[in-house]
Design a binder for this molecule. Sequence first.
Ligand code: ZN
Length: 187
Amino acid sequence: MGDRPEFYRHEDDWLAIVERLKQTSCPHCHTVGTLVRHGTLTGFDDRAPPRITIRARRVYCSNRHRRRGCGRTFSVRLAHTIRRLSLTTRTLWRFLQRAVGAGLGSAIRDTDTPRSNRTLQRIWRRFDLGQSAIRTALLGRGPPPAVPAGPNRRPAAAHVLAHLRATFPHDDCPIAAFQQAMRASFI
Ligand SMILES: [Zn+2]
């Protein structure tokens, strides 16, 4: 991990990262003083109709003009994006909450983004497979809350979501907060 910024949330966060670039070491070659801004990565978002939006900023370890960088790049992703999916963290959070409460079938029927059943099932599977890694990361920041025995279809997953909510209680999007705080993709 080092001091490499993996995610940013707001434009101000990005500007702060840019200000520190000269003191930040390259995640590939660990040289300090060679990192420069290198444009953006864009993709479609989950609005209807989908619009092109910025997903990440790219940083380049410059080997031009006699700089001694390695010439490789890395991305600093916006915290509300999901790896390889156009879904936002907010939509994912709502979907997962419905899936643990009312069941996956119901969550798929109720989702407000135009996604195929197969895509949504695949998204659920990605979360399901990542649950223990998410739990481990959350335990590093505090114990899980006591979860009332509600009518949850998926008690283990409900517990993970409750733990996530409790870890970032004042955040309007706990998944984006997770990605920024842990410097890791949620799924
Ligand atoms: Zn480098």
